[in-house]
Design a protein around this ligand. Structure first.
Ligand code: CUK
Ligand code: CUA
Length: 764
């Protein structure tokens, strides 16, 4: 088989080489044929990642309306994973296995299953303001929720529903040591779950920020230690937490501080007009450390099971004040040293740089210009402002460079990125992007020590950048080189999965994802599964309580079979299938799918996953492995037999479609011995070399040894059958013996190739 493949490859190679459209090996020629310039080649060289190469950064993008997270590498811009978060993701079995259905069910609202999410802002867990690579948090704007993703396996572990808000936008933002995850409301609504007429908007509708307490030991949000700070019914928008000098404070901006209520159908001018009349809105400055103390001292009032700190309590304790900010502000981004906060107004052409020092001087001296209608003191813009810089029309978000005082601001209306200096207020460079940039992300660009290097522009419109695929266009993420004085556009990447808003990018070597699970692992709760099965101990149990019967399967999967190979039930039975993947080998995931049942599992090495369904119609339902895991993957199959109620099994036994004689047996055994010779030669090649110096090879060798162990078990069985003259079983058992040899050979060859490519040396 190997030879055949080789011959084919050579044949293809020859025909390509001989064709008239062949690429020349001369670079000039390729450039000419593809119409590329020197500049293009340089850009390509900066992003191109050769086969087997790795990226320096991993970017985690919100998946917008898909409710997911998209992971891609930088600078290659290769997509590596979609993480199912608020919505089912079939490839990962997320929302299909019982274990992940339980995670999604945590996100039910008023008992109702919510089928989508609108993810906006991912945030890494931090230690002293630095990304620590342990967790990722992301919000759902449509249904105010926050999810916790463990970066150990890139799976969603928890979803919490905000008990006070009916909508949110300003999540998820973390405090510098991940004590709290911030989630700010967007469209004001009453906290209580009841109807309150719009006429009572000013009195009863509220905004706010929820501070979700994160239990770092457990890796989960602890709602019992979380609280909400009540805010006026302005539309709170994004937030950021202070760090270093400003640690303990958080900043949340808002629009529509006009508190305008639309109603175009009743002749009122629309929200759009009413929410943009004033020249300024408000930045909310909150002392969250103080708020946490107040909460712990019992100063909150429970609403829907979680405490709220009222505006009065916050003001009395000097824990909250406001500062005017430019018209319809959007992003707020705290500088790496925590000294400055940059805010941009969508309807202004300036970025505003606030000085933490200045605002605190005014606040400490109680030097306020006024109070808002809710009694919250207002520090004047003048008393808090460090600089106001004209950056372009419609500035939104800002990211920090590794160079001091240098930032990049997205300019939505002008479709540009502006690079500027927030210490001096000088604009340094502008770059056109395509088109209408929203957020932007620099490498570790919102941490305490940004890396610079690359910037990605997350554009709202792609228009003409890609081959047309119908009226709905992909999003366009543009990679920009920011290592020099001038920004240089390198690459366009289409992202076809919802509208990503924000992306965070982390140095890849900070992540240490697992290769396999501990055996029998429930990955969604990170505990040993009660339903773990061991090889040889698989069982199926049918129990009845009156007329209600349950068939429960404790099975296993391993190349290339599912145990059990037959599941029998009667119509109406509840069927629960638990499968444990016995593999230890890297990337040996098995799937499990059954016709007409929505059963679809992804079972990575070590994992135990379960599916529960009602066998509601009688019939024959093949099941199979959905991952092409081995040469005999297609044979990784079985039958669910759903019999009529009270069905009596037919007499007789299964008649084999083909019968085998001693000749067949001898032929199979001959093949097996020849195969063993190949294996022996590979084993010799490996063991003569310093293979133990190569961790991946050691793992492959362990796997191969396990396969050979199975082979010798079947060899013994087949020899015993032959001895008793049962050539039918002897031949089939010899076939199974050979299957394991083939797996061992396959793994051995992979190890051999690895050693050849990585310069292993002969040691004996
Ligand atoms: S938002 Cu979309 S561009 Cu939801 Cu952070 Cu600013
Ligand atoms: Cu397991 Cu295919």
């Amino acid at each position: 088989m190997l030879n055949k493949t080789l011959t084919m490859a050579v044949a293809i190679g020859v025909s390509v080489g001989a064709g008239s459209s062949a690429w020349s090996s001369a670079l000039d020629d390729v450039m000419k044929k593809r119409g590329l310039t020197q500049k293009d080649l340089l850009a390509a060289a900066k992003t191109y990642t050769p086969t087997g190469g790795r990226d320096e950064y991993l970017a985690f993008s919100s998946g917008g309306q898909s409710g997911q997270v998209i992971v891609y590498g930088v600078p290659s811009m290769r997509i590596l994973k979609y993480i199912g978060v608020f919505t089912p993701e079939p490839w990962q079995g997320y929302g299909f296995d019982d274990e992940s259905k339980a995670v999604l069910a945590q996100g039910n609202i008023n008992g109702k299953e919510i089928k989508f999410g609108d993810t906006h802002h991912p945030a890494f867990s931090e230690t002293n303001g630095e990304y620590n690579g342990k967790f990722l948090f992301i919000n759902d704007k449509a249904n105010p929720r926050i999810a916790v993703i463990d970066l150990h396996d890139f799976e969603t572990k928890q979803i919490v529903v905000n008990p006070h808000f009916n909508n949110e936008h300003g999540g998820a933002f973390v405090t510098p040591n991940t004590d709290y995850i911030l989630e700010a409301a967007q469209y004001p609504a009453p906290y209580e779950n009841e109807f309150v007429p719009l006429e009572q908007f000013n009195d009863r509708y509220r905004g706010g920020v929820t501070y979700w307490s994160f239990d770092k030991e457990k890796g989960r949000i602890d709602p019992s230690q979380s609280f909400t700070v009540e805010m006026p019914p302005y539309s709170q928008d994004l937030s950021d937490a202070g760090k270093f000098v400003s640690d303990g404070w958080s900043f949340t901006n808002s629009f529509c501080s006009e508190r305008y209520v639309g109603g175009i159908e009743k002749g009122r001018p629309p929200y759009e007009a009413g929410c943009s009349q004033k020249d300024t809105d408000f930045l909310h400055v909150v002392n969250w450390k103080k708020a946490a103390e107040l909460f712990k001292a019992g100063k909150g009032k429970p609403v829907n099971g979680m405490d709220v700190l009222s505006m009065d309590t916050m003001v009395e304790n000097k824990a909250m004040f406001l500062i005017p900010e430019p018209k319809s502000p959007h992003g707020i981004d705290v500088s790496p040293d925590g000294k400055y906060m940059i805010v941009s107004g969508k309807l202004d052409s300036h970025a505003y740089v606030y000085s933490f020092d200045k605002m605190m001087t005014a606040h400490d001296a109680e030097k306020y210009e006024a109070h808002d209608p809710y009694g919250i003191p207002i520090v004047s813009l003048k008393d808090a402002l460090h600089k106001q810089v004209a950056v372009g029309l419609g500035p939104l978000h800002t990211q920090y460079d590794s160079k001091p005082c240098t930032v990049f601001t997205s300019i939505y209306v002008d479709s540009q990125v502006t690079k500027w200096n927030y210490c001096t207020g000088k604009v340094l460079d502008k770059l056109s992007i395509h088109y209408n940039i929203g957020h932007l992300v620099a490498m570790e660009g919102d941490s305490a020590s940004p890396d610079g290097k690359y910037l990605i522009s997350l554009n709202k419109l792609a228009i003409d950048r890609f081959n047309p695929v119908g009226p709905l266009h992909p999003q366009n993420h543009q990679l920009i080189d920011i290592s020099g004085d001038k920004m240089e556009l390198l690459y366009d990447m289409p992202l076809p999965l919802g509208e990503p808003h924000y992306v965070v990018a982390i140095k890849a070597d900070k992540l240490k994802p697992a290769i396999r699970y501990k055996s029998g692992w429930n990955s969604r709760t990170d505990t040993r599964s009660k339903f773990k099965a061991r090889a040889g101990r698989e069982k199926t149990v049918r129990t009845c309580d009156g007329d209600n019967c349950t068939v429960e399967v404790f099975g296993t999967v391993i190349r290339s079979h599912i145990t059990p190979e037959t599941i029998e039930a009667e119509v109406g039975d509840k069927v629960i299938v638990h499968l444990t993947n016995l593999e230890r080998a890297e990337d040996e995931t098995h799937g499990f799918a059954i016709n007409g049942t929505n059963v679809n599992l992804s079972i990575e090495p070590g994992k135990t996953a379960s599916a529960t369904f009602i066998a509601d119609i009688e019939g024959v339902f093949p099941y199979y492995c959905t991952e092409f895991c081995s040469a005999l993957h297609l044979e990784m199959e079985g039958y669910l037999l759903v019999k009529p109620k009270g069905y009596k099994d037919v007499e007789g036994k299964i008649v084999d479609g083909t019968t085998y004689s001693k000749t067949d047996y001898d032929k199979q055994v001959g093949t097996n011995h020849a195969t063993q010779d190949v294996i022996d030669s590979v084993v010799k090649f490996i063991t003569e070399r310093n293979y133990t110096d190569f961790a991946p090879v050691k793992e492959l060798v362990d796997d191969a040894v396990a396969q050979l162990g199975f082979a010798s078990k079947w060899q013994k069985d087949s020899e015993a059958s032959a001895k008793s003259g049962d050539y039918q079983n002897a031949t089939l058992q010899a076939g199974q013996w050979w299957q394991y040899q083939v797996k061992a050979a396959d793994i051995g060859l992979r190890a051999k190739t690895y050693l050849e490519e990585h310069g292993a040396v002969v040691v004996k």
